[in-house]
Write a protein that binds this ligand. Structure first.
Ligand code: MN3
Length: 244
């Protein structure tokens, strides 16, 4: 199976412009059961995420300059997008980027435990991993309507000094991404109803609590180790249209 990083690669057409591509899941549709059922994963990836990718390509089709840009770049450069398509481009680019991050934020149960420098930062910031989980769950449960809950490296980390907060828990609405506020995402959960409703129905808090069994701490630790990049984003978030 292709790695997620490779799967995010965009394809170049013969004209040299890039198409955004739906990445393959890095695990099987049933791999996250019992937390997330295979039917939910199938619909979420093959229909919802695929729909955002298709719509983004459709919207950008008349704009060859924008088609050379990464989805990440579009998110953080909204003024470069014509106003007539700005909102739907941002919604669908965000839908694409956020779901790529979501698939990476999950792994089969039994993955690596939180350790190292990120565990130290979590203990410093939240008191314990359990307290982080409680706050993350509460933020996700309390978020009104569709959106996302994130563990981020706060944007002022570099100027806050050694005793100031490094990590934060934020929520975003629709398909907004913390990168748009300068925060760097480490871990994300999707609190749109399509992410959990078939199994958990209206019980979003139950879904959030169960979700820790599939949280991918290995990926979060890897992202944390690269979050000092002053540009704010490691290479895998810069989809490779820039190379076309
Ligand atoms: Mn979703």
């Amino acid at each position: 199976m292709k790695t997620m990083a490779a799967a995010i690669q965009s394809e170049s057409t013969s004209s040299g412009v890039a198409l955004h591509v739906l990445p393959a899941l890095p695990y099987g549709y049933a791999a996250l059961e019992p937390c997330i059922d295979a039917r939910t994963m199938t619909l979420h990836h093959d229909e919802h995420h695929a729909g955002y990718v298709d719509k983004l390509n459709e919207l950008l089709a008349p704009y060859p300059v924008l088609r050379k840009r990464t989805a990440h770049w579009l998110l953080v450069n909204p003024r470069s997008i014509p106003q007539s398509i700005r909102t739907p481009v941002l919604n669908n680019a965000g839908g694409h980027v956020n779901h790529c991050l979501l698939w990476q934020s999950m792994s089969v149960p039994g993955g690596a435990a939180l350790s190292g420098s990120l565990l130290g930062a979590v203990n410093d910031q939240f008191g314990s991993l359990d307290q982080l989980k409680t706050r993350f769950e509460a933020a996700g449960a309390d978020h009104f309507s569709s959106g996302w809950v994130w563990l981020v490296v706060e944007k002022d980390k570099q100027t806050n000094g050694p005793d100031r907060p490094v990590l934060g828990i934020v929520t975003t609405s629709g398909h907004d991404n913390p990168l748009q506020q300068g925060h760097y995402p480490l871990l994300v959960n999707d609190v749109w109803e399509h992410a959990y409703y078939l199994k958990h129905e209206n019980r979003r808090p139950e879904y959030l609590k169960n979700w820790w069994s599939v949280a991918n701490w290995s990926n979060a630790m890897d992202r944390f180790s690269r979050s000092d990049n002053p540009a704010g984003a490691p290479s895998e978030d810069n989809f490779p249209e820039d190379q076309s």
